[in-house]
Design a protein around this ligand. Structure first.
Ligand SMILES: NC(=O)C1=CN([C@@H]2O[C@H](COP(=O)(O)OP(=O)(O)OC[C@H]3O[C@@H](n4cnc5c(N)ncnc54)[C@H](OP(=O)(O)O)[C@@H]3O)[C@@H](O)[C@H]2O)[C@@H](O)CC1
Ligand SMILES: Nc1ncnc2c1ncn2[C@@H]1O[C@H](COP(=O)(O)OP(=O)(O)O)[C@@H](O)[C@H]1O
Ligand SMILES: [K+]
Length: 520
């Protein structure tokens, strides 16, 4: 049984799930006002810790009509008692009862309350309690204008639960939204905060744990779960420690099929990604003319030079004697392949091996017809598209630019594959409706070749999976985690401009070594 904190940290909820959890807590007897008091007390202490020198400065409290506004008003009251100079913005005529009571009390204490946002223009810090997970409609007129005005000031803003204006599930901007410096997400991570297009609004996100009973979380999220990938889950999935008595073939035999005369770098980067996975045996099939290049870069790998088409793509797989596709624990195909290698993709798709398709492997699959082709497969298939490749693979599914989680979920359900949708917050889904989201990454990865490294890494981990009884989707999640943690370490040392794909491969082992040391 994982500790409570870890379980909470792994859970992501939708607005409806949060409402259902909240309803269970209230039905069990927790008074609404007491919960608000507790939550707002925790927010207040975090604000104090983050901005300790505000005694002589002023804090603006933005309040909306619902309980998000109520939270903010409790924070206002506590800051006032601590000597902060507090001002309230409240422009709604109809407030929820509890919110209205807190506003009345704050005013009775002499805290000034304004209907015009201009009155808060001299504040040093703003606390955003306009809307939380209750926001469903697009913001218009006065409130939208107020938010735009706030954003134009570029002041530090702490958003309570979510930056006001974001959709709790999709992260979509509903008209306009607060650009927060910090977001204090309450109780459980809200899905919208982990969707790509929300990121420029969220700032630094942290969870304020207010002791939601795990039984209530379990009862509501059940099996239809969205998991936040954490260091703990990632490390527990790695093929570590190795058994003392083992040999190279027991630690996974991976076949990479990649590269063409035109795109040789993709093969090298995929090979280097596989290398850092620790895989026992690495074979790489490339067009014959690339063989010397690959041997020079990866002396430990078995490089298989294959006959070439006129355009320099692999024409046929010429595996060594006594070897066929069933000799491998996993196969990855795609990076640098070009579409001229279509017959090779067809050949590996009809094998019974766990298969990872990336880049041109995905484009060829799309041409073949994604869903009917994959439905014929017996073994596990992993697809690793970016949004463009995703659209080619699944043209009839929801746009991955709008709601990435819904898109990836439907893609996995319809194809039966495990789908990893690349992005700032990579999302992974299996056909049983479970989703994993990688919560931390860096834009340092936004450059050619990063994805090839991920494919190699993931394939190498998958090939080693036999030696440990761990589900494939968890391995995929671990690869996404490790990939971005390596990039975060590299970016920290070298800036976001210094993480080319080749350099990135040097950071996998250092980042793992320090996380592993921390654990043991
Ligand atoms: N879960 C928990 O355990 C805890 C939850 N807590 C807190 O409660 C928050 C959720 O509170 P909430 O449900 O009252 O909703 P909230 O986000 O404040 O706003 C909804 C209000 O906005 C209104 N409204 C909507 N759209 C609008 C629009 N376009 N333009 C104008 N108005 C619009 C809507 O009005 P209506 O749609 O009914 O007309 C409604 O009145 C949550 O985020 C957290 O901070 C903590 O206190 C304790 C622990
Ligand atoms: N803004 C970003 N923040 C975090 N990670 C990113 C960002 N942009 C791209 N990535 C990651 O970088 C990788 C890019 O892969 P891909 O687009 O396939 O590149 P390539 O095919 O050139 O190797 C993916 O793992 C993706 O999640
Ligand atoms: K808010």
């Amino acid at each position: 049984m994982l500790e409570r904190q870890e379980q909470i940290s792994q859970t992501i909820v939708t607005a409806q799930q949060m409402r259902d959890i909240e309803a269970r807590i209230f039905a069990a007897g927790m008074p609404v006002a007491a919960l608000m008091e507790k939550v707002a007390g925790l927010i207040f202490r975090r604000v104090q810790a983050l901005y300790p020198n505000l005694q002589t400065q002023s804090v603006g409290i933005l309040t909306g009509p619902g309980h998000n506004g109520g939270d903010a008003l409790v924070v206002a009251r506590e800051l006032h008692f601590c000597g902060y100079d507090v001002k309230i913005y409240s422009s709604f005529s109809k407030l929820k009862e509890l919110t209205s009571q807190h506003l009345q009390y704050a005013q009775s204490l002499g805290i000034p309350c304004y209907e015009s946002i201009e009155q808060l223009s001299d504040c040093d810090l703003l606390i955003d309690g306009l809307f939380g997970f209750g926001l469903e409609r697009t913001l218009t007129s006065a409130i939208a204008q107020a938010i735009n005005q706030i954003n134009s000031w570029s002041k530090p803003v702490v958003s309570i639960d979510l930056p006001s204006g974001l959709h709790t599930d999709t992260g979509e901007v509903l008209g306009t939204a607060i650009r927060a410096t910090h977001t204090f997400c309450l109780g459980l991570w809200k899905l919208g905060l982990l969707q790509d297009h929300a990121l420029e609004y969220v700032g630094k996100a942290e969870l304020i744990d207010f002791d939601i009973p795990l039984a209530d979380v379990q009862a509501v999220v059940g099996t239809n779960r969205i998991h936040r990938i954490t260091q703990t889950t990632a490390l527990s999935t790695l093929p570590l420690p190795r058994p003392a008595v083992t040999h190279k073939y027991k630690e996974g035999h991976l076949l990479l099929i990649c590269g063409s005369r035109r795109y040789s770098g993709g093969a090298i980067l995929t090979g280097l990604g596989a290398r850092v996975s620790g895989v026992g045996m690495l074979s790489i099939a490339v067009p014959e003319s690339l063989k010397p290049l690959l041997v020079a870069q990866l002396p430990e790998a078995l490089i298989i030079g294959c006959p070439e088409t006129q355009t320099g793509a692999i024409a046929s797989l010429q595996l060594p004697e006594n070897t066929d596709l069933s000799s491998f624990n996993a196969i990855a195909i795609g990076p640098g392949l070009t579409r001229d290698a279509t017959p090779i993709v067809q050949q590996v798709l009809s094998s019974d091996r766990p298969l990872i398709l990336d880049a041109d492997g995905l484009n060829i699959l799309a041409q073949m017809g994604t869903i009917p082709t994959l439905q014929k497969r017996q073994a596990v298939t992993i697809l690793t598209p970016h949004a463009g490749e995703f659209k080619r693979l699944f043209p009839d599914l929801p746009d991955p630019m709008k709601d990435r989680v819904r898109a990836v979920r439907e893609a996995a359900a319809q194809s039966g594959a495990i789908v990893l949708l690349k992005g700032a917050r990579t999302a992974i889904a299996n056909s049983q409706n479970s989703v994993w989201i990688n919560p931390e990454s860096t834009p340092a990865l936004a450059r050619g070749g990063s994805g090839d490294v991920l494919t190699g890494l993931l394939s190498g981990l998958l090939a080693q999976a036999k030696s440990k009884d761990i589900s494939v989707e968890k391995i995929v999640a671990t690869a996404a985690w490790w990939h971005s943690q390596a990039a975060i370490l590299a970016g920290g040392e070298r800036t976001e401009l210094g993480v080319d794909a080749f350099t990135l491969t040097n950071y996998f082992i250092p980042v793992l070594a320090s996380a592993w040391k921390e654990l043991n």
